[in-house]
Design a protein around this ligand. Sequence first.
Ligand code: ADP
Ligand code: ASP
Ligand code: MG
Length: 407
Amino acid sequence: MELIIQKYGGSSLASPQNIREAAQRVVRRSQQGVRLVVVVSAMGDTTDDLIELAHQVSARPDGRDLDLLISTGETVSAALLSMALKSLGQDAISLSGAQAGIQTDGYYSQAHILDINSQRMERELARSKVVVVAGFQGIERTSEDVTTLGRGGSDTTAVALAARLKAKICEIYTDVEGIYTADPRVVPEARKLSEIDYEEMLELASYGSKVIHPRAVEIGKLYQIPILVAGSGSQSCGTLILEGVNMEAKNKVRGVTFDMDVAKITVVGIPDKPGIVTSLFEPLARSNINVDTIVQNASVQGITDLTFTVSRGDTEKTLEIILPVTESIKAQKVVHSTNLGKVSIVGVGMQNAPGYAARMFHTLYEAGVNIELITTSEIRITCIVEEDKIPTAVRSLHRAFELEKED
Ligand code: ADP
Ligand code: ASP
Ligand code: MG
């Protein structure tokens, strides 16, 4: 019998009524003669509330304690969904991340899955149970401490389980009907895509589109798991993420995305010598701080400036780490700003097709948006702009590239 993984997001499980509805959907799917593993997120805003609670008792909560706390949101959902399924006559079992055999590294709040021991899940599936797994959580391999996978990480649990259990498809149910050409909350005329390539989705997700966790897309691509993103309350067909879609599409831009979580740090007046950049970035890497855009100016009289971005939550930690280094290398000063955002256009068709960058810059210029930094990949162009200009920038780009039109 085929195995399907379903994942229900927080907004689809926000109330007991929502949980009963999700249970009905699971039962309907199970009656189609498939085996099911269902991954759940915490109800509604539970994770935010738990983080807030932690900060009410400690300015800097310990990472291990925080993960134990925030993992409870998903545990609650798993237990409740399993109860709801049983009340509908569907045999089910709820499992924590640890019980599902999800082993991770030890980076609290951003742990990566290293392995999944699937024996327990397979045993329960063989007993014709629907297996309900708490998303977002795992245990560190040796200490068996509870870890979490990063915000939005239940998607990653779901696709990782699909890969491990060799599922036919991973279905992600959320509060929108699929993947759109832009966040429909910001661009009302955004169009739902029927399919999107892994690579494009990975760039969109990594550059802010939180409809799916980037690491879930990465795993999907690696193990070639088709991922369906669809509305939990709707019968419409959603968007399928898979390999090699629309390579020759007419409209080469597939989507526009934005990210408000940007802090820019500039080290001014650095002596331009070998080894200096390493001395700045090595300690950041050791502390697991993800550095994104990096721009080093051409040096003038042996002195240069270096600008890079990190996520806002990492600003304080980054400054703490680099300030002693900048003193020792005799840089002049360090300045930072947190009122910035990134706006990106993404499309596999853009590689080797000239003119997209020029059109993007011209559109932003006409919309009165000043560009602070630019970065690109083969299939993405990103501009860092003032945060309050982001909605204007996203809408203007969506219009300029005619993304509302059918391809
Ligand atoms: P869940 O709780 O189900 O995990 P999320 O809030 O994490 O849901 O993700 C769904 C949200 O992603 C949508 O409500 C939407 O605002 C946002 N989003 C951002 N970009 C896009 C996009 N390109 N297409 C669809 N939704 C998007
Ligand atoms: N509950 C977690 C979060 O809010 C994980 C998830 O929803 O995927 O980030
Ligand atoms: Mg999510």
